[in-house]
Design a protein around this ligand. Sequence first.
Ligand code: PLP
Length: 401
Amino acid sequence: MFRINENFLNLSESYLFNQISKKVDDFISYKPVTDLIRLGIGDVTLPLPSSIVRSMHSAVNEMSTIETFRGYGPEQGYSFLRERIAEVDYSQRGINVSPDEIFISDGSKSDTGNIGDILGDDNVIAITDPVYPVYLDTTIMRIGKSGKILLLNCDEERGFLPELPNEHVDVVYLCYPNNPTGTVMTKQELKKWVEWSLENGSLILFDAAYEAYIQDENIPKSIYEIENADKCAIEFRSFSKNAGFTGLRCSFTVVPKSLMSKLKNGSEVSLNNLWKRRQSTKFNGTDYIVQRAAEAVYTAEGQIEVGEMVNYYMHNASIIRNSLLMKGWTVFGGENSPYVWLKCPHELDSWAFFDQLLNNCHIVGTPGVGFGSNGQGYFRMTAFNSHEKTEEAIRRINTNY
Ligand code: PLP
């Protein structure tokens, strides 16, 4: 009899957002409302900027003639895109990342989930609680619900930031600006982690999917702003929230060449080589048309357009944040992040507040407990809707609470 990967049996029954959609579908089938406002899943709503659409159209035309048709591309991504990323996202910010340290992919969900392929199963993995559920779920899929997973408590008392672990940890996932809490790490805070990691020979998996939302110039957008982070960290970036690519699918991962792991016999192995080997075996590259779309993000026009998009969402974040603060609610995030994290009113638990908000206000949010046990009693609202719907959502909350 064949056997399954029994680690899957240790996962919760469904992914958080599937669970939410099912609840919403059940609600609509029982009460067919037409005025639902979705501030739940972190999906963007604005259409793609025109410079990006133009670039895709021209790539589509290239695919239609024999002279310019493209088949399989380089697994690591086209150099036209990797060079622009190295220049605009890193070099212009005084960070040294070379194009061959950049791997283009189809999303940070895949990359943060797949990175475990190049890591040993006996590593102790630390994951902050609460956080984007993919890190924990993919780790459980790989190594099971073993004692090798350490959850780092990020509660209100700690400002939703993790403390350096007291016990031995080999790998830690850090996500800043954080999903779901919207908290950020200062340079000093991140420096502490880099120093800890270098001292302990640990690896940091740094998810910077929301870096474009950072407004405060003193908050690092990349972990490589910290000295020597290239020796201990992999960085994940995505075009999803930064440029509206949730439907197009494009991201990149930086694996510095100076990032090495020691084998038991003392010899060193480059993680850049391992990831290249992994990607060229299991991944056939991101769509050419999509990579041309991503390239357009780095043109002068593209930079202005995606900047306007981020500002649009950040305006919503400040509407939500400030209105709830004015009501006297306890609110976090929303200043350098598209997520507002709030303490559920009247000491409700996360799902009870979810149900109340859905039933009474026809608003869909995300229960904090879905991101980890420290999220119990908290709730996440996203800024990824229109100004009008965001304002209407606040009106409804003000009427009902
Ligand atoms: N990382 C974080 C922290 C996220 O919140 C998300 C999506 O919500 C992702 C990664 C996934 O992004 P992508 O669309 O690039 O797969």
